[in-house]
Write a protein that binds this ligand. Structure first.
Ligand code: PRP
Ligand code: URA
Length: 210
C-alpha cells in the first residue's frame, strides 16, 4: 500500500504560492499567504468529513439539513514553521483542538528528535492533521507521525505547502497509511536539503528571523 498524495492544484493556491516563492515578499505578506493557502488546502483535505443531518426550522418550513458528524479533529503544527498554518486550518474547522510538536535535528547525525509534545488528552480518538509548510527530506514529518502513532493516533493526514519528491517518497515508505495534501510539488532538494526552487527557510520567513 502507498499513501495517496493530493496536490491541490487550484489557481488561487498556485498564484499565492508564486508570491510566497518571491524572495522580495515581505514577512507580513508571507505570513498572511501561508495562512490563506493553509485554509484553501484544508478545504480539500476535509472533503471526506462524514456528514449527518439535523432538523432546523427555516423561515419557510422545517427541513433536514446536512451537518458535520461529531468526529473530533486535531491540528498538530510541527514547531516552529507549522504554527503559520494553524490559523488557516482553524478558520475552516473552528472547533478543532491544537496539539504542538517540536522537532530538532541532531547536528551530527541530522536525525530529527521530538523535544516538545503537548496534545489534547483524547488525541488518539481524533482525526489528526499534522501541518508544516515544508516537506523536504521528510525526516521531520516522518518523526512527527511516528510520535503521534506512539500516542495511539490511527487517523493521520499530513498537510504541507511545498513538497519535494524525496520527502513524499519517505512518508510513503515509512507511513504508507498517511495521506499527504500539498500545494505544490517541486523538483527536488539542493545539497543543503532545501527545496528547489522552493521558497527558502519557511520558519525564518514567517517569523522574520533572518
Ligand atoms: C523546516 C520545516 C520542516 C523541516 C522540513 O523546519 O518547517 O519542519 O524543515 O525539512 P525535512 O523534511 O528535511 O525534515 P526547520 O527544521 O527549519 O525548523 P523551523 O520550523 O524552526 O524553522
Ligand atoms: N526547510 C525549509 O524551511 N525550507 C526548505 O526548503 C527545506 C527545509
Amino acid at each position: 500500500m502507498q499513501g495517496t498524495v493530493h496536490i491541490v492544484d487550484h489557481p488561487l493556491i498556485a498564484h499565492k504560492m508564486s508570491i510566497l516563492r518571491d524572495k522580495n515578499t515581505s514577512v507580513k505578506d508571507f505570513r498572511e499567504l501561508v495562512s490563506e493557502i493553509g485554509m484553501l488546502i484544508t478545504y480539500e483535505a476535509t472533503r471526506n468529513l462524514p456528514l449527518t443531518t439535523k432538523l432546523v426550522e427555516t423561515p419557510i418550513c422545517q427541513a433536514e439539513v446536512p451537518t458535520i458528524k461529531g468526529k473530533k479533529f486535531a491540528v498538530v503544527p510541527i514547531l516552529r514553521a507549522g504554527l503559520g498554518l494553524v490559523d488557516g486550518v482553524l478558520r475552516m474547522v473552528p472547533s478543532a483542538r491544537v496539539g504542538h510538536i517540536g522537532m530538532y535535528r541532531d547536528e551530527e547525525t541530522l536525525e530529527p528528535h521530538v523535544y516538545f509534545c503537548k496534545m489534547p488528552k483524547d488525541v488518539a480518538e481524533r482525526d489528526v492533521m499534522i501541518v508544516d509548510p515544508m516537506l523536504a527530506t521528510g525526516g521531520s514529518a516522518a518523526a512527527a507521525i511516528t510520535e503521534m502513532k506512539a500516542l495511539g493516533c490511527t487517523s493521520i493526514k499530513l498537510m504541507v505547502l511545498l513538497a519535494a519528491p524525496e520527502g513524499i517518497a519517505l512518508i510513503q515508505k515509512v507511513h504508507p497509511d498517511v495521506e499527504i495534501y500539498c500545494g505544490a510539488l517541486d523538483q527536488g532538494l539542493n545539497e543543503n536539503g532545501y527545496i528547489v526552487p522552493g521558497l527558502g527557510d519557511a520558519g525564518d520567513r514567517i517569523f522574520g528571523t533572518k
